[in-house]
Ligand binder design. Structure first.
Ligand code: IFL
Length: 464
């Protein structure tokens, strides 16, 4: 039965609750927000943060926003300009063209991947390969495509050296030596949008086939309940855990199944997405106090393991909506919005049975804004804009620091305490989601587009 029609008794319970919630929620009431003005505020914050980064850490992977000092992400001894690559398409879509050009010039002059060092395939692919491809999509600059191509070529032994086709986690950029076969769904299956785009642009089919085979190798090992566990050995193909979760380290595996269909019309990806989603909706839904959550379960028996969620799980409401399960996507996103309302900023770890944090930090996470943006693209309900507005304004109130935006050590402290780090994805994700959500910019096609798990736009930019 298609999952969108697999209506469960629990669905009625939270549907009723979500209706009640909406009726009383501040987000449901019409308001006078000037969305374009809010978008200008987001753009001004981006421009200010970029200026801080340029002055205090330009070329380094990240800036420490409280102390104004540089921080490396990949290699202590090599600068890969992670924040630049992540920021590029956000700068472009906001019309910060001089800053975009400054970033592109840095990449062309400085980015070289012939490095004798081991790098994590997953992070490098979603952040750097994806970031270079989205900047190429924005500008048409083939030098950016050449950099993405060179990097993916150097990463490809992670796939080709694996006996199962599921990639090793680390690969040496110069020698192609691989290591760390103990892996997980996200690190096995989060490549097709970026590598498939590269395949389309270069004509090299390998870049499509390698990630697709890896994704299939994992799907073929699903349990009889059609669930995946969250740890697997890439050489033996044996599961190393029994825990099925929609959160990390499984999250973007499911996202990229849908995305293979959305971006390339890949029917195999769609079939796998439907099979996995039907199983997740059947075995993992849990309704507490009228709110929908997704429990971790044993992948072979379906037995509940715990009530733990991470903030990152919040992306899933947007994905469910994209895949056609709008009712569930909506309910799950409203559950996370309630957590945002409770704490101001969502804690990194959260127990839905007690409604209490299990980890009080927040690493400047974008996932609720991501879900709100994806749902808004689907139904244009102003509710999602309002949830995005709260996400932005609360972040501004608690994370703005002397040299940029900072993650938080404790969202329950008053005032919230900062951790002096600004992850690369901040430049690529929430700042872009807010801007696209509020601005109605002509540089973006709101009807036909694609954003990766890292927020990189691989389809939908309009060069006017
Ligand atoms: O790198 C980011 C991306 O969204 C992802 N996982 C976590 C990061 C943001 O929280 O796939």
């Amino acid at each position: 039965m298609p999952f969108a029609r697999a209506l469960h008794r629990r669905t009625f319970l939270y549907t009723a609750a979500a209706g009640g919630l909406l009726a009383t929620s501040a987000y449901a009431a019409p308001d006078e927000t000037d969305w374009k003005k809010l978008a200008e505020d987001v753009k001004a914050e981006m421009a200010w943060s970029w200026a801080q980064y340029v002055e205090h850490a330009f070329g380094h992977d990240q800036i420490r926003p409280v102390s104004g000092t540089p921080q490396s992400f990949f290699f202590p001894e090599h600068r890969l300009g992670l924040s630049i690559v992540e920021a590029l398409d956000t700068l472009w879509v906001m019309g910060l063209d001089a800053q975009f050009e400054q970033g592109v010039n840095w990449c062309v002059a400085n980015l070289r991947f012939d490095i004798d060092g081991d790098i994590q395939l997953f992070e490098t692919s979603i952040r750097l390969v994806g970031g270079l491809l989205s900047a190429h999509h924005a500008s048409g600059d083939r030098r950016l495509l050449a950099l993405a191509h060179d990097l993916a070529e150097r990463l490809s032994p992670a796939f080709t050296k694996s006996p199962t086709g599921m990639p090793y986690r680390f690969v040496n950029l110069r020698t192609g030596a691989v290591r760390d076969p103990m892996t997980n769904p996200a690190e096995v299956g989060s490549y097709l949008p970026e590598w498939g785009t590269l395949s389309r642009l270069t004509g090299d089919k390998r870049f499509y086939d390698l990630p697709k085979a890896a994704t299939k190798a994992m799907f073929d090992r699903r349990s009889h309940l059609d669930l995946l566990a969250d740890a697997i050995h890439a050489e033996t193909g044996k599961w190393m855990s029994r825990r099925a979760t929609i959160g990390p380290p499984s999250d973007s595996y499911y996202e990229y199944l849908w995305d293979g269909w959305q971006l390339f019309g890949d029917a195999d990806s769609k079939r796998c997405y439907d099979v996995c989603t039907t199983a997740i909706l059947k075995h993992q839904q849990d309704v507490r106090d009228g709110r929908l959550w997704f429990a971790a379960v044993d992948f072979e028996t379906g037995a509940r393991l715990d009530h733990h969620q991470t903030e990152l799980d919040a992306f899933y409401g947007g994905l469910l909506g994209q895949g056609g399960a709008m009712r569930e996507g909506r309910a799950y996103t409203l559950s996370w919005s309630a957590v945002q309302d409770q704490f101001g900023v969502i804690p990194e770890g959260f127990d839905y049975a007690t409604f209490k944090p299990t980890a009080p930090s927040n690493a400047l996470r974008p996932e609720l804004a991501d879900a709100a943006f994806n749902l808004w693209l689907l139904d244009k309900d102003p509710l999602w804009r309002r949830i995005g507005r709260t996400h932005f304004l609360n972040m501004k109130a608690s994370s703005r620091s002397r040299y940029g935006y900072s993650g938080l050590k404790d969202v329950t402290a008053t005032p919230k305490t900062k951790d002096d780090s600004c992850p690369g994805y901040w430049w690529s994700e929430q700042m872009k989601y807010y801007y696209l959500l509020f601005s109605d910019t002509p540089r973006f096609d709101y009807a036909k587009n694609y954003l990766s798990t890292e927020g990189n736009v691989l389809l939908g930019f309009r060069r006017l």
